[in-house]
Design a protein around this ligand. Structure first.
Ligand code: SF4
Length: 749
């Protein structure tokens, strides 16, 4: 039974009202030191990050400026990612029993250091180092167990480069399966599905330069101060320029309130930095549709009275479905909207007024929108908001789902997709002279269900940490242990390694900042950011160990073991992989030539060109306001990252912007809910969810916090144990990690 171990009680401290500042610089240096990367060496490596001839940050997917780049073109959390990767500590996995590994937190596992040798565990034995040859032979041996290709599952994390991901999808399809669960299934899949159904493309439509012209920027369910920190520089410029910034988030996040740019003396010398949010909307968890419907209702009512409020010409030329939406908005009462959001009508009207006055607005969002059973509906409601004012296909306007992992968008573009289009498999089959499997494969939730239900599967993970990323941790742990073989391509130990299959192999890969030398010379890889810019990433640092291999080389080893095919030509020169991507994927014409330009190139986006041919017209949709059975004492829980965290990688136990130090065992609650439960800040509780069966975790302390009444927040992966796998969006398969009905009980120790 996996429950993320709790180590140390968090201590509450001062909540920050400004993000960034010199503390961000101090944090950067402290992480370089504590992670034993060395301050000087670490700063030298960081000096190459996000530079035009450097390597791409392995953190989030916020784009780099196309023109001028600062010498320090990174944020505190990007620096923490590199401190992790550049540690000189070498992991000695054989010193720990599997049980001992299960008792370590993700933070403690990360501190063990870099894995520099292949490792193997058999029948629950400790991991011992082995040769690449032995690993290859074991994989080949295990393949014999494969009764059907669909008993193999190929998981991908968003760190994988385009080149590695393309070979990986080719591997699985040549084996005969479309089982490509990937981390985007758990994050922006709802964006992809919701946008494809309404504007015909599943990617953002804005470029970084659009932020220079936007008159208003709406930010839904996103905490950029922690998850996309360089976005604060962009918001700072917009705020200084007078753009309105409207933040819609149950929690008051420092990074949305104000920002002190560490490289701007005027900010550092100022008391409060640059104020960002013009309007801060702390709505109840899961009520974005109600809020947006309130804005739409207001705009449509003003249109009735004053006319010339909505973009009529754009709407008549490019869209369909407005009459149904108008009817739905008029039938939706303000009581319904205000009850669902917990807001006042005047606040919603103020936001509608900001939106009305803006001739070009950008709508940004992240997990607070997508990780719900109504995630797709949330995204479609955002599209309604964009369409009603014609905020598409013009400068300073558009839709901007901000991706949380550096190449999660690129992986999907080059074929990591459990439901590939016929056009893609057709071109792939032609390029490699084989018949790719036609039937749809499994996404993350479906893969875990299959691994849990059936014995003897083969599970491959190209990066990532499925156990800590996915919901229903106990089920995921058992699912991994149920496999005949689990193979992880990793840089450092993580919790998924602590739940090995009958045979488990860990294969150590190069880090982003490390030199990738192959037969024809030094290689670079490519990635695609949130704004569809494909660009190079070339590490030049000395690898952490001589026996590391690149991701493409490791996938070639899989091809040798599983397909008995020699892919060393591709490994020798990645240009050959890119030639094949050019052959198979739209928008990559002259790939090798164009990607050698300093800032790479932008992939086509039909919605940005107002080309909705795939759908006929862009679609307004009617999305009902969701309701939650919280009953009298139930709470609606959202899980989230702390500031010392990137996805499942825990850099430290502090969350300084929210005033939490030295621990992660906290549940943020409104003071009224503490009173309702006869609790006071610091009291220990158990917290349960009750879907199909009861899931309960204990030893967490409640913390009085500025969050709407009836709502709660806690960190993941700790909170994942409460999220049932079955609680997911039916269209996108994205688990509902942002709205789970829970109950709490005082825990008497
Ligand atoms: S904003 Fe994102 S991509 Fe940029 S340095 Fe920070 S973590 Fe890395």
């Amino acid at each position: 039974m996996d429950k993320t171990p709790i180590k140390g009680d968090a201590q509450p401290g001062r909540i920050k009202s400004v993000a960034g500042g010199l503390t961000a610089v101090k944090q950067t240096l402290s992480h370089l030191r504590t992670k034993k990367a060395g301050a000087i060496r670490g700063l030298r490596i960081l000096g190459q990050m996000n530079q035009k001839n450097g390597f791409d940050c392995p953190g989030c997917a916020w784009p780099d400026p196309a023109d001028h780049r600062s010498k320090f073109e990174y944020c505190e959390n990007g620096a923490k990612a590199i401190a992790e990767e550049s540690t000189r500590t070498i992991a000695k996995l054989s010193e720990f029993s599997i049980k001992a590994l299960t008792e370590k937190t993700d933070f403690e596992l990360g501190l063990l250091g870099r894995i520099v040798q292949p490792h193997i565990s058999k029948n629950g034995s400790s991991y011992t180092s082995c040769s690449w040859e032995e690993a290859r032979n074991v994989i080949q041996e295990c393949k014999k167990n494969l009764s059907t290709p669909n008993d193999a599952i190929f998981y991908t994390s968003g760190r994988a480069s385009n080149e590695a991901a393309f070979l990986y999808q080719l591997l699985g399809r040549k084996l005969g399966t479309n089982n490509f669960p990937d981390c985007s299934n758990m994050c922006h899949e709802s964006s992809g599905v919701g946008m494809s159904k309404t504007v015909g493309v599943g990617k953002g439509t804005v470029s970084l330069s659009d932020f220079k012209y936007a008159e208003a920027i709406f930010i839904f369910g996103q905490n950029p101060g922690t998850n996309h920190p360089r976005m604060l520089s962009t918001l700072r410029e917009a705020a200084i320029r007078g753009a309105a910034i409207v933040c819609i988030n149950p929690l008051k996040e420092s990074g949305l309130l104000a920002f002190k740019h560490p490289q701007k003396p005027r900010d550092i010398l100022s008391k409060d930095g640059v104020a960002l949010a013009t309007e801060y909307v702390q709505l109840k968890v899961g009520s974005d549709i109600a809020f947006i419907k309130g804005m739409l209702k207001t705009l449509l009512e003003w249109q009735q009275v004053e006319g010339d409020i909505i973009a009529q010409e754009f709407i008549s030329q490019h869209t369909a479905g407005l009459p149904e939406l108008e009817e739905n908005c008029s039938k939706t009462s303000w009581d319904q909207i205000l009850d669902a959001t917990g807001l006042t009508k005047s606040q919603i009207v103020r936001c509608a007024d900001i939106y009305r006055r803006s001739s070009s607005s950008i709508i940004c969002w992240a997990m607070g929108i997508t990780q719900h059973v109504h995630g797709v509906a949330n995204v479609q409601e955002l599209v309604n908001l964009a369409l009603i004012k014609g905020n598409l296909g013009k400068q300073g306007a558009g839709l901007c789902p901000v991706r949380g992992h550096s190449n999660v968008q690129g992986d999907r573009t080059v074929g990591i997709n459990h439901a590939p289009s016929e056009e893609f498999t057709g071109r792939l089959g032609k390029a490699f002279s084989f018949s790719p499997p036609p039937s749809k494969g499994l996404d993350v939730a479906e893969s875990i269900e299959k691994m849990h239900r059936e014995d003897g599967l083969l599970f491959f993970a190209l990066g990532g940490n499925l156990l800590s990323a996915a919901p229903d941790s106990a089920v995921v742990a058992e699912a991994l242990q149920n496999c005949a073989l689990t193979v992880h391509v990793s840089t450092k130990p993580n919790r998924s390694h602590a739940y090995p299959g009958a045979v488990s192999i860990i294969l150590p890969c190069l880090g982003r900042s490390e030199l990738d030398k192959q037969a024809t010379g030094d290689q670079f890889v490519t990635v695609e950011n949130s704004m569809s810019v494909v660009h190079r990433s070339q590490g030049r640092g000395k690898p952490a160990g001589e026996n590391l291999r690149s991701e493409p080389a490791i996938v070639a080893l899989f091809a040798d073991a599983l397909l008995d095919e020699d892919w060393n030509d591709y490994v020798a020169n990645y240009d050959r992989i890119r030639d094949k991507i050019e052959e198979v994927v739209d928008g990559f014409e002259n790939y090798n030539q164009r990607v050698r330009s300093e800032s790479g190139f932008i992939l086509p986006n039909s919605a940005r060109e107002l080309d909705f041919e795939a759908l006929g017209k862009a679609q307004f949709t009617v999305n009902e306001i969701p309701t939650f059975e919280t009953k009298e004492k139930g709470l609606l829980l959202m899980t989230m990252r702390s500031h010392d965290q990137f996805n499942t990688t825990i850099y430290g136990n502090d969350d300084r912007y929210r005033g939490v130090y030295g621990g992660r065992n906290v549940v943020f609650l409104n003071e009224k809910d503490l009173v309702k439960h006869s609790l006071k800040s610091g009291d220990k509780i158990s917290i349960s969810s009750n879907y199909e069966k009861k899931r309960c975790i204990a030893g967490y302390q409640v913390l009085s916090y500025d969050i709407p009444e009836g709502c709660a927040a806690m960190y993941f992966p700790e909170g994942n144990a409460l999220v049932p796998l079955s609680l997911r969006d039916k269209q996108s398969g994205t688990p509902s990690s942002k709205s789970i009905v829970v109950t709490i009980r005082k825990h008497f120790s």
